[in-house]
Design a protein. Sequence first.
Length: 482
Amino acid sequence: MKPLNVLSVTSEVFPIIKTGGLADVAGALPSALAQEGVTVVTMVPGYPAVLKSLERSEVLHQYPSFFGGAARLLSGRAGGLNLFVIDAPHLFERPGSPYLAPNGRDWPDNARRFAALGLAAADIGQGLTPGFIPDVIHAHDWQAGLVPVYLSLTGDPRPGTVITIHNIAFQGIFPADLLFELGLPTSVFTVDGVEYYGQIGFLKAGLQLADRITTVSPTYAKEIQTPEGGMGLDGLLRARSNIVSGILNGIDDKVWDPSTDAHLARPYDRNSLEARALNKRTLQERLGLKPDPDALLFGVVSRLSEQKGLDLVLAGLSRLLADGAQLALLGAGDKALEDSFQTARIVYPGQVGCFIGYDEKLAHQIQGGSDALLVPSRFEPCGLTQLCAMRYGSIPIVSRVGGLADTIIDANEMAIATSAATGFQFGPVNLGAALDAFDRAKNLWRDKDAWRRLQVNGMGADVSWHRPARQYASLYRSLRPS
Ligand code: ADP
């Protein structure tokens, strides 16, 4: 196998800075790719959390003036990863979220902040760091969308480029008059370049100019080529469909392993599922739920946004909770949804428990203590929580969209009979269909043996990064045939 160097360009990476699944993917892929002969260096902005965790840091390059201030390119290690960090205090030395100001709005200079990420990555692609010359640059989401654009402005050497869409709802659209501030010539402000309905589209530009486009599940790869799923980019994606593919995400099987998970009251595996009882009880106690081992405990770990469909759970709450069932929710985001779940906790004391905020430990405890996990998304590029749920023996109840459709096998009669079933799917995404799925789960819950078989099937499924890493490695190699 020919060794290959890949620069992975991302705006967040687990375990250093995370707001969602992108960080999980960017954090887990490098070690899985190492087994495929691919060396990955991950390029991230120098947010305070990144600079704080950087070890063995070295200055590789100084930019006297970089998008409004001096900047340095650093290399180092953090969280088990090899990093390149763009240390530009005027852009990234800010507390909290990578994208949002404390008032909850996007930082007003996000275009410049992520253009800086893209330009520094392109410079590395051009040989700025002789110790690491990438064969391929892998750009993640709109924040890295300008990498192929900056590369297109220069001559050889030019690495191959891959862009991955983790969520097409986030496109990075900015006013056209920023063009010069971003160091872009008029020649790229065209329909074949960065221009997007009269504005500058970071994701659009990346999709237009990258050598390969991937997204995080085969079904989502099809959905984004339709007017309903493409959110304005479907035409472009159809035109380039020969280079579009879907590679399912995995999960980090060391971070998400119920047999070694230090966050759980009691670790377990598929031969000791009875140990889950203590985890369930601990979760019930932590969230103020009635400590009833027989109550069917539904879990949710999610951003709270329109996309995630949790308004359906609210709308169907009385039916969900009938027969003494319970709901344990961890989530943050949309204020109205946060308030509604807090209210539900008061309306259904002992039956609804929620924690509004971000809490890695509780996320593990919900996976290890709930009986079923709800993911009723309106659209879902891949979804990771249903994969964690499978690994932890919590039965996923999901809408039949995107990666949820690709990863969960519905417990219909045939799938139960053949020991293939791993969860419940419903569609279309509406209240009636969701309620049907909740009821089907409740019925199966009464048959403890059947429920356990579903748990064992899910826990035996391969949700690791092994297969996806092989697919990425072969995609990279297709760009650098030896
Ligand atoms: P998305 O990227 O759309 O938010 P994914 O399912 O792909 O959704 O990834 C979500 C990731 O974020 C999972 O690792 C999940 O455990 C985690 N997560 C989501 N919300 C929270 C929260 N409030 N606290 C802790 N982890 C969370």
